[in-house]
Structure formats: C-alpha cells, structure tokens
Design a protein around this ligand. Structure first.
Ligand code: GLN
Length: 491
C-alpha cells in the first residue's frame, strides 16, 4: 500500500471519505514524518502535534457523520505569518517572541471550516523578507533536494521556505504560503512543488502579518495542480474585514481541470531573457513552449518593455510599505520588550534587538524613500513605473490568454552562497515581482530537473481572476514533465 504521507490531497480526501483510513491515522503518519525530519530540515518552527491530534479526532467524528467538506481530515502546515488563535505566531522574527494571537486569520479560519488539520507553524524568512529562508530568527530551513552526489545543504527558496520544504519532503499534504514578490512561486520552483499566487484581492489578508500590503497575497503550496486548485478554493473568498478583498464568486477550480488547451494563446515575453541566465533555464523554457505546441496551443511572442524596471521599483515600493507596517513593533503592544531608561530607549532597544539585519535594511530604505524631499524622486516614481508595468500586461493580454516564463533565473543554491550579497539575492525575484506589481495571478509548476539533479519550475501568468485558465494551462506542464518525485530521504 502507498504510505499515507505519499498521498495527494485529492487521494487522501477520497480515501478518508471511503473510510480506508482515519484522519487520525493520516495525521499521525505526518506527525511521525515531521519528528523524523525536522531536526535536519527545520521546516516547522513550531510543530503542534497535540493540537493536530485533537483536530483529527474531531474531524473523524465529522467524517463518521458523513462530512464532505473540501479539506475534511487533511493535515496541513501553516506559514508562521498567519495568525493562529492561541498558537505562537512570530513571522519568524525575534520581535514577535511569545506572541499568541487571540484570533485566526481569515484564510486559516476558512481552512478549519473546510475540515483541515493544523500540523504546526512553518519556518519562513523574517517578516517574509528574503528569497532563501536564511533571514529567519529560527534558523535556516533546508531543501530536501540535494545536488546529485553532493551533500551541500541547499536553500528551499523563500520566503515560504518551510512551506515548500515540508510539502516536498512529504511532512504535510499542503501548506499555506504568502507571496509579495515571489515567495510562493520561487520556493515552489526550488523544491519541485506547485505554488500559486492568486490575483491580488482573491484571498483575504486579514490576520496575516503584513509585509507590503499592496503586494501581499496568500496562496497554497502543494505537490500537484489538482491539490493547488482544491486548496485555493478553500482559502479564497471575499472578506469584509479586508478592504482590498474583492467580492467575486470563487469558481470550483477543481471542476475546471482536465480540459484541453487547443487554441489557447500562450504569450512568450521576449524581455524575460536575462543576461547570464544559465542555458538550461532557456532550454526548460523552450521545452515548455514545445509542450504547449504539442497540446495544440498557439504560441505568440509578446513584449513587456518595462520589465527591467520592475525589480528596482519593487525594492522601493515593498520596503516603503514595510517600514510603515513595521512601525507598530515598538515593545508596547505585542511580543518582545527590551527595557530602557525611558520609553524612547525602550523602543530603540526593542527594535534594535528584535529585528534582524535584512528587516533593518528594508526599514531604513523604506523610511528614506518616503522621507520629505525623496518621496517624489523614489516612491512616487516607483508607483508610476508600477502603472507602466501593469499597462504592459494589459496590452499583452489583448493578444494572449496566458504568459509562459521561467520562474527563477536558476535552480536552488547552497545555504550561505548568496546571503552576503543582497543584490544577488534580489535578482532571484526578477521573473516573479512583475506579477505582484501588476496584481496578477501566477503559478509555478515543476518542469523537470536541472543538470545538478534539482527541480526547475516554469511560471504561468494570467489575467486578473483567471485562475481557472492558469490551472488548466498548468496541467499541460504537469502532464508532460510529471509530478516531481519525492526527494531521496537523507534525513
Ligand atoms: N524575495 C522577495 C523579498 O525579499 C519577495 C518576498 C516575498 O514575496 N515575501 O522581498
């Protein structure tokens, strides 16, 4: 029999309904997997096995009563950016030490109403700032994948490194994640998993620790496109508590799967060819184009002329919003408090000791670009560039239905290889930040292996709220490349 930890969400859901195993058995199998792996992978910064068992037992009662809720009995991991009632939530920052929210985020509330079970909180970059999970206060998270014949520990990507690592290592069936500039799609690409960042406004941001509010979106990381569709269906929806949440009905994403892509127009943005990009990334991209041609789709070259300004503009807008959002961490309201002689030195001591280096860099940059005299030169200009980027996409979508690009400019790199060079790190986001700047949905799908034996991903981008087309197109890659295998267990 297949191990319970090898099931997809779809197969586990069906098995639970058919009473082949219980939610408790499924949950216990994942708790055992976490126990065996977490010392090596550091994917969970807070496993919650007791809570998981209690939730599983409650789910078994509902299953016995015939519950067919979308995620009934499915054990998931939750990125430590989502508030979870009574369970420590820190955004992997020292400054939120000991913070136990009095409420759940809307997304997690919806997951629990759909019957899901929480296995624990997942490691991530501090306040989701990073591309490698190396800025976490809880230490590096490790990618379960290694280069062939090489034991160098690799990053799982970031900021949702724990989400990607735990799903790839079969420690949970799926995980929540967030994406401000690529933090769902880049780790998905590095770990052979599927990661979707839905349209801005599709999932509520309420109760998710804010990084850059005009860019942040929640989405799932899973092992298959079908699982992604199932999980996003449970996470998405209108929420009056988030003013940017959009009141558009959530389609049955799973029901839109399995349709062919004959005649679908696929755009290839010519500007997504970076100098110095490894030949194998270009080869994967060409392979993707071939898969769509074979499936009967039409390929069109399109131009997104402002692409080269997206990264610099993002690294003004995101820090600006972060500096404002992070002003609330002052030692008074929640988390860490480092005493001082008076209130000002208490603020200073708390923020100096509570924030890590990357977060301080962003707060400094953000404060600078928002300051009087520089606001027009930096922040306002970046916002104008953002409009131009959005217009590029609008124009492209007059001609095509989806865009196909690489997700990242290279495969997973080694821990420590880029952490000393912020610019090299930021370049990882080159193909993903444009999508956040324009508020569009984007998905990364495993598309085969690098020459080093590690996963590579291709990215698809669609019009606002056209996640159904994204899933449908994503299946073409999944069918051609195959679902990524479980990485060899070395832990
Ligand atoms: N790597 C990007 C950054 O550091 C994106 C992070 C994210 O999407 N949360 O800002």
């Amino acid at each position: 029999m297949t191990e319970l930890t090898d099931l997809t969400i779809a197969a586990a859901r069906d098995g639970l309904r058919e009473k082949k195993f219980s939610a408790r058995e499924l949950t216990d199998a994942h708790i055992d997997a976490i126990d065996a792996a977490n010392a090596a992978l550091n994917a969970f910064n807070l496993p919650t096995p007791d809570k998981a068992r209690a939730m599983a037992d409650a789910s078994d009662v509902r299953l016995a009563n015939g519950s067919t809720a979308a995620l009934e009995g499915i054990p998931l991991g939750i990125k430590d950016l989502f508030c979870t009632e009574g369970v420590r939530t820190t955004a992997c920052s020292h400054i939120l030490d000991g913070f136990e929210p009095g409420y759940d985020s809307t997304v997690t509330t919806q997951l629990w109403s759909a019957g899901a079970i929480m296995l624990g909180k997942l490691n991530c970059d501090e306040f989701a700032m990073g591309s490698s999970n190396e800025t976490s206060f809880y230490g590096d998270c490790v990618n379960p994948w290694r280069r062939t014949g090489d034991e160098t520990p690799l990053v799982p990507g970031g900021s949702s490194g724990g989400s990607a690592s735990s799903v790839a290592a079969h420690l949970c069936l799926g995980a929540t994640a967030t994406d401000t500039g690529g933090s769902i799609r880049q780790p998905a690409a590095f770990t052979g998993t599927v990661g979707i960042k839905p349209t801005y406004g599709r999932c509520s941001r309420w109760g998710i620790v804010a990084f850059a509010s005009s860019l942040d979106q929640a989405g799932p990381i899973t092992r298959t496109v079908r699982d992604s569709a199932i999980m996003l269906g449970a996470m998405a929806g209108h929420d009056p508590k988030d003013g940017t949440s959009v009141n558009v009905p959530v389609p049955d994403y799973e029901a839109t799967l399995g349709q062919d892509v004959k005649g679908l127009k696929i755009g290839i943005p010519k500007e997504y060819r970076m100098e110095g990009m490894p030949a194998e990334i270009e080869e994967r991209w060409q392979q993707g184009i071939k898969w769509y041609e074979d499936a009967g789709a039409e390929i069109h070259e399109v131009s997104l002329p402002h692409t080269k300004y997206a990264l610099p503009a993002y690294y003004i807008v995101a820090p600006a919003e972060a500096s404002s959002n992070l002003a609330r961490y002052d030692g008074v309201r929640y988390g860490l408090r480092v005493p001082g002689d008076d209130i000002v030195s208490m603020y200073e001591n708390t923020r100096a000791q509570g924030f890590g280096g990357e977060v301080k860099r962003r707060v400094l940059i953000g404060t600078y670009v928002l300051s009087a005299g520089y606001y027009d030169a930096y922040y306002l200009k970046a916002q104008r560039v953002r409009t131009l980027i959005k217009q590029d996409f609008d124009k492209a979508f007059e001609k095509v239905d989806v865009l196909l690009t690489p997700t990242t400019p290279g495969p997973a790199f080694g821990i420590g290889e880029k952490s000393g060079d912020p610019i090299a790190m930021y370049l990882n986001d080159i193909f993903t930040v444009t999508v956040n700047m324009a508020g569009l949905p984007g998905i990364s799908v495993p598309a085969g292996m690098s020459s080093e034996g590690t996963p590579l991903g291709l990215q698809l981008i669609a019009k606002p709220f056209d996640e159904p087309t994204l899933f449908r197109a994503a299946e073409v890659i999944e069918n051609a490349a195959g679902i990524a295998p479980r990485p060899e267990r070395w832990w």
